[in-house]
Ligand binder design. Structure first.
Ligand SMILES: Nc1ncnc2c1ncn2[C@@H]1O[C@H](COP(=O)(O)OP(=O)(O)OP(=O)(O)O)[C@@H](O)[C@H]1O
Ligand SMILES: [Mg+2]
Length: 397
């Protein structure tokens, strides 16, 4: 056996070991067939290289499977639950891992699907809830509307009731007025003749006394006769008022210029100097069908009241105008005014707040204006004055 070939064989063995050390498992040492120690070493080395190769291949395989499984896990993490680990059928640990992960993916998918379903159910029941809420809201609105209707009907009912009560009161009032009017008219009529007789007698006695000695000796006799004369005059005024108030039936009307009646009234009256009179009479007013004497009496009574309400002086304004098929006459003063509680009563007969008043003036006014189918109204503020408005209908010819 030559030494050189033995050395060569050893070199081959060392080279193979170096290759393996560099990771090259392709090297297989050729056997010499000598079955010597070097061949045994070569066999042993060849087996070791085989083992190492098999081990390295197994490692690569494991690496691949692990990468596959990692990829699947990452997909699942991104929300892809349709993915699954491939099962090789080798029944190794990676198959077991893959199957376990697949079961987990199934579980997650099922859980998520269930969550979706629950979410859907929740959304549906939420929608139902919203619908019910909407229904409830509209039912509530309907309820509110019917409540409002009920309230309105109730208010209407109350208003109708109030109107009824007012009409009833007016009826009672006008019946009472008619009764008083009848009585007043009767009494007035009965007193008219005796008063006329007294007035004549006083006139006669005054004439006699003026010429007699008695008249010279007793100057107070004449004074008393004058007082009697004045009192008879004021009694006559009361009787005239009573008769004016009780007069029934239609007044004797004729087409009349209202400004004329106002001027005649003012000429008849004496307005105190501390009262400033202003006329606001529209020119060219149409003629109105009235009883001029009666309307004059109305104006006298209203202007007298106005003057009496301004003992310290003030302003008196008389206006006349056409408005909505009516002739309107307005008398305004700046006197004491009428308190609210008296407003309803001032047109009642015998209502007075004046010491020397009888309370017939405005009752007569109302009675005359009513008979003219007109209207009389008052507005007032205590301390500021009062405005009386008379409306007389303009008949469309
Ligand atoms: N212009 C006015 N300003 C303030 N109060 C007034 C006015 N006109 C009327 N009144 C009130 O209305 C009441 C009734 O007036 P009315 O003319 O009917 O009777 P009178 O003036 O009291 O008595 P008479 O029978 O002498 O007229 C008065 O007593 C007064 O309280
Ligand atoms: Mg009066």
């Amino acid at each position: 056996m030559d030494k050189t070939s033995e050395k060569e064989r050893i070199n081959v063995i060392i080279e193979s070991i170096m290759k393996v050390a560099r990771g090259d498992y392709s090297a297989q040492i050729q056997l010499s067939g000598k079955n010597d120690e070097l061949d045994s070493i070569a066999v042993g080395l060849n087996m070791m290289i085989d083992d190492l190769k098999a081990g390295t291949v197994g490692l690569g395989y494991a690496n691949n499977r692990i990468e596959e499984i990692l990829d699947i896990i990452q997909r699942v993490a991104r929300g892809d639950y349709a993915t699954a680990c491939e099962i090789s059928g080798k029944n190794d640990i990676f198959d077991a891992l893959g199957m376990g992960i697949n079961m987990m993916i199934d579980d997650i998918r099922n859980g998520i699907e269930e969550l979706h379903r629950a979410n859907e159910e929740l959304r549906a029941s939420n929608e139902e809830l919203q619908a019910t809420e909407e229904e409830l809201r509209s039912a509530n609105e309907e309820l509110q509307a019917s409540e409002e209707e009920l309230r309105a009907t109730n208010e209407e009912l109350q208003a109708a009731n109030e109107e009824l009560r007012e009409t009833q009161e007016q009826l009672i009032r006008s019946e009472r007025l008619a009764a008083i009017g009848q009585l007043a008219g009767g009494v007035g009529h009965e007193l008219r003749n005796p008063l006329g007789a007294i007035k004549n007698a006083v006139y006669y006695i005054k004439g006699k006394v003026a010429k007699s000695e008695l008249g010279q000796k007793e100057p107070r006799l004449m004074e008393f006769l004058d007082i009697m004369d004045e009192e008879v005059n004021s009694s006559n005024k009361i009787i005239n008022d009573l008769l004016g108030f009780s007069r029934t039936g239609k007044p004797s009307v004729s087409p009349t210029r209202i400004n004329r009646v106002i001027e005649d009234t003012l000429t008849r009256m004496t307005i105190p100097e501390n009262i400033k009179l202003t006329r606001k009479l529209d020119a060219d007013l149409p003629e109105v069908n009235i009883d001029p004497d009666q309307i004059q009496q109305v104006l006298v009574n209203i202007i007298t009241n106005a003057v009496q309400a301004m003992p310290e002086g003030g302003k008196l304004t008389i206006g006349a105008r056409e408005k909505d098929k009516f002739l309107e006459v307005e008398v305004t003063d700046t006197g004491c005014g009428i308190p609210q509680e008296a407003m309803d009563k001032i047109f009642d007969p015998l209502f007075t707040t004046r010491a020397k008043g009888i309370g017939l003036g405005l009752a007569v006014c109302k009675s005359i204006i009513d008979r003219h189918e007109g209207n009389i109204a008052v507005k007032s503020k205590v301390g500021e004055g009062a405005t009386f408005t008379i409306k007389l209908p303009l008949k469309a010819e």
